[in-house]
Design a protein around this ligand. Structure first.
Ligand code: DQA
Length: 147
């Protein structure tokens, strides 16, 4: 049976493709979702792909993942840098968490260089665009195989 993985996207990531393409690329979130579904199938993972602009909905989704999913890939968008509520929800989860950012947050504004999400993530991938999500799924597949 395939293992269920949530891929959770935070605010403004629904705008990918038109939002600052010089920073975030031209891929849409639907493109990334399709790539994750394909990569997930190849890895034996069932990918539950989500996006929300709301902090409370992110917390709800993380709680749901903690109760029913084998792992979580999270790009919390701007909540990465601001949300203790998202961090607390992540810390309450037992499953492996991989943090993803499309852009290299360490080459950008100072305020983007602190991540609350990193405190709960096993690993972080940033700066590789949509490919980072596929790499995160690969990492989770390996971690879940080993566990
Ligand atoms: C982002 C980086 C964040 O700083 C920003 O607020 C985002 C997207 C990324 O994927 O590069 O919304 O998480």
């Amino acid at each position: 049976m395939s293992k269920k993985i949530m891929v959770l996207n935070g605010p403004n990531l629904n705008l990918l493709g038109t939002r600052q393409p010089d920073v975030y690329g031209e891929e849409t979130l639907a493109d990334i979702e399709a790539a994750c579904a394909g990569r997930g199938t190849a890895l034996g993972l069932d990918v539950d792909f989500r996006q929300t602009n709301s902090e409370g909905e992110m917390v709800d989704a993380i709680q749901e993942a903690g109760a029913a999913h084998a792992g979580l890939v999270v790009n919390a968008g701007a909540y990465t840098h601001t949300s203790v509520a998202v961090l607390d929800a992540l810390l309450a989860c037992e499953m492996p968490i991989i943090e993803v950012h499309l852009s290299n947050i360490y080459r950008r504004d100072d305020f983007r260089q602190h991540s609350f999400v990193s405190k709960a993530a096993l690993g972080s991938i940033c700066g590789l665009g949509g490919h980072g999500y596929e790499l995160a799924l690969e990492a989770l597949a390996r971690l879940l195989e080993d566990s």
